[in-house]
Design a protein around this ligand. Sequence first.
Ligand SMILES: C[S@@+](CC[C@H](N)C(=O)[O-])C[C@H]1O[C@@H](n2cnc3c(N)ncnc32)[C@H](O)[C@@H]1O
Length: 360
Amino acid sequence: MSDMTASQVDPDELKRYAFSVWSFKQGEMVSLMIHIGDRLGLYQAMNGAGPLSAAELADRTGLKERWLLEWLRGQAAARLVNFLDGDRFELTPVGAAVLAEEQTSPAFAAGAFSGATPPATVDRLVDAFKTGIGVSYQDLGPNAAHRTERMLGPWTKRELLPNILPALDGVVHKLTEGATAADVGCGGGVALFTMAQAFPKSTFHGFDPSQHAIDRCQQKADELGLTNVKLHVAGGEALPVEPTYDFLITFDCIHDMTHPVQVIAAIRRAMKDDGTWLIKDIRSAADFKQNMRNPLLAMFYGFSVSACMSSALSEPGGAGLGTLGFNPEVAQRMVAEAGFGRFQEHDFQDPSNLYYEVRP
Ligand SMILES: C[S@@+](CC[C@H](N)C(=O)[O-])C[C@H]1O[C@@H](n2cnc3c(N)ncnc32)[C@H](O)[C@@H]1O
């Protein structure tokens, strides 16, 4: 314990440190405001509208002016919208690219702000530091799949068909002709349904141990009237033991698994000898010092403790890789140990993820 009292520390350093701590609190509050703005369509309403007063935004949205004024002033204070004379506020084209244009902008981020960690989960996370046992995605509740989908889905929806699948050797041809594919750890099924709609001659199996995630997928399959999607409340450990799939994907989930080695071995067994496995996992390095160059690294550790590592330790003996744990070095080693011969890294300019094309 330090024997320095608060009055003895360098006052400037104290101020800087306290400011840095409070800026995380500010981030929490601004995150909530971004979520509210996203949910109410406020960024879309401001996109391309030029400077707007709260009254004008109220006219456009049917929402209450007083509430909008407070929200707009907060957004201006956070420098997310410009403040102009006459109490008017403007979302710039750059702001719109990050906060409004979900369908078209690779920089869209507002979906990632959907929903804070519920108090009951926080209690379980505090306990996990004592017991070692974390919270599975199923136990995070029905909202977890929805939140993941809002954060990860926009990129997948935009990039999968035009950029990612065509970069893989022969995969688009097989899916077009009619293949059997699996999305392991499919969550809410963004990739699953994007592919199922694009390749009607192929059949797509979605596997996830979370009943909530599969219920969400089932609802979408019914809404879309798709007959080429089969859903399984099961982890990757339960894949068929005979060679079944021409193509498998695991998107942002190997690092969440309690038993990734078993799942990777199961993928090898379930894949046909000329099959392809596409892994998407967090862009990180094995070396913590190297990762420290990432200015958003603390956020990734927050994701890890609250979701990824927690899920990966949700059973006794869990591997606990966590958000940054399945980096290219670990991925290459683990897939080689499972008997895969080919491993090719792809960088699709996804700011958070790398992609690995793996073949027997
Ligand atoms: C971060 S989410 C990713 C969901 C989806 N792939 C996406 O990109 O939106 C991780 C998912 O992995 C699933 N998961 C955890 N353990 C698993 C296992 N052993 N086998 C398959 N999926 C698993 C969780 O239930 C959760 O839905």
